[in-house]
Design a protein around this ligand. Structure first.
Ligand code: B12
Length: 215
């Protein structure tokens, strides 16, 4: 039976960095019928945000945040493998995805990648702290339909605007669509820099990417 408290416990075990407990609870949740996405969005992600709150209040320190982030990454990788089994065979479009220059946050980006992949997009990940040129070169190389960029810090969001300029300078802005996301990013910001779309979370990112392919 699906018991929501299992998801809550997954989040709590992430906050407490109890790796074995987290993995056991994930197995319990899968056996109970929760999908990998439900576990990520409603168990692990709220846990990671709670880690952020503890950090802001001085109740957790950077090394602990890093350990929680590493554990979250391992969980997402393992759940990704489970989702990959159901991967759509027909490709919906080609996406270049990365976290912008100066920003090493990639947990959210990796979740977005997993969801785009399982929903039929061919995703080329340029990683984190990725130079603008890397986005542009990869987009040319793979003939990208969409460029998706992530930023988790107010300071690094600026690079998303620079990416728009770099794509224009490279002469490919007309042939690719752009989508932006990450905690501090908003629709207002997307409009301001001239991006084609914004999504608040990974599920919405897929929805917007599908819409961009139709536009
Ligand atoms: C984990 C974490 C870290 C980890 C990152 C590990 C990793 N591999 O990612 C570590 C410990 C390394 C880290 C380092 C730092 N961090 Co930090 N970190 C966080 C924390 C706690 C959680 C972020 C996270 O993973 N959230 C969970 C994921 C699932 O959510 P998400 O990323 O928002 O992604 C979702 C959506 O936004 C969206 N999305 C994300 N990307 C994209 C992309 C597209 C295209 C789309 C459509 C959607 C989309 O979908 C995702 C899934 O639903 C946040 C706190 C917070 N409240 O955000 C601080 C936070 C982001 N960090 C912060 C800071 C300041 C730093 C450091 C400078 C700390 C320091 N003093 O050294 C360094 C940065 C170094 C650098 N140059 O980048 C600040 C940023 C403040 C600001 N507004 O500028 C925050 C907000 C904490 C704070 N309140 O101070 N950090």
């Amino acid at each position: 039976m699906k018991d929501e408290t299992t998801l809550q416990s997954i989040g709590d075990s992430l906050v407490n960095i109890q790796e074995d407990v987290t993995f056991n609870l994930i197995e319990t949740a899968i056996d109970a019928g929760f999908s990998p996405l439900e576990i990520i969005e409603n168990g692990l992600s709220p846990g990671m945000l709670a880690v952020g709150d503890h950090f802001e209040r001085g109740e957790m320190f950077l090394p602990q945040v890093m350990m929680a982030a590493t554990l979250m990454g391992k969980c997402v990788t393992s759940l990704n493998e489970k989702m990959a089994e159901n991967e759509a065979s027909e490709k919906k479009g080609v996406i270049v995805l990365g976290t912008v220059e100066g920003d090493v946050h990639d947990i959210g980006k990796n979740i977005v990648k997993v969801l785009l992949n399982v929903n039929g997009f061919d995703v080329h990940d340029v990683g984190r702290d990725a130079l603008l040129e890397k986005f542009v070169e990869k987009a040319k190389e793979v003939n990208a339909d969409i460029i998706a960029s992530s930023a988790l810090m107010t300071g690094t969001m600026e690079a998303m605007g620079d990416l728009e300029t770099a794509l224009k300078d490279a002469g490919i802005r007309g042939s690719v669509k752009t989508i932006v996301g990450g905690a501090p990013v908003t629709q207002y910001w997307a409009d301001k820099i001239g991006a084609d779309a914004y999504a608040e979370n990974a599920g919405e990112a897929v929805q917007k990417a599908v819409e961009l392919m139709r536009a």
